[in-house]
Ligand binder design. Sequence first.
Ligand code: ZN
Length: 247
Amino acid sequence: MRCLVLSDIHANLAALEAVLKDAKRRRLSYDMVWCLGDVVGYGPDPNACIELLRTVPHVCLAGNHDWAVLGKLELTAFHENAMVVALWTREQLTAENLNYLRARSARELQERYLLAHASPREPIWEYILDTSVAAENFEHLPDGYALVGHTHVPVIFAQDRASGDVRASVPPLGIPIALDSGFRYILNPGGVGQPRDGDPRAAYALLDTEKHTWTQYRAEYPVHLTQAKMRAAGFPDTLIDRLSYGR
Ligand code: ZN
């Protein structure tokens, strides 16, 4: 199976549309979209993003922002800016879309891949930002493969099955990386709607579960369109500005 792996759309419709268009332009064929959560929060188009995602065959997890909007997390655990938009989002979402989010789980197994929003052991909150946290999480993988989001930074953590050593690497764009059976992997496609690696382009990846390859892509999108909607909705400036820098 070929899966388009997306995460952290964050209600950024222009970015989500650009990713689907970019995949089409590159003639990437895929059977499913696997979305790793945080469909909403931060951005101005929560309903439209859920509705666009639902037009394609997909699996979607819940992330911490989705839970915050649903009231499943204490908003006090959030930065004030994120809290403001979570409350706004709660008011905007249709009953049907709220039900859709409510039905998502934070972690699920698809084939040999454990999908988790944040980390295999703490699917809602834990950031896997370095090899030591990755190493602890490799102990929670049934078959040695996980897909995570949450950090909004594309990265591959690979653990040598023999030595236990863990390495992190940033995947090159457009070049399939062969997933070696001698390693365990935690793969993060980066963020669609609010990238944080200094590249403002929307990030996504293609996973081929038969050929066992992972390919990273970036798609440019009209950032100013999303920013104009955020401004019109009265969102905090820092959330608007960061999209220009990918931070
Ligand atoms: Zn997120």
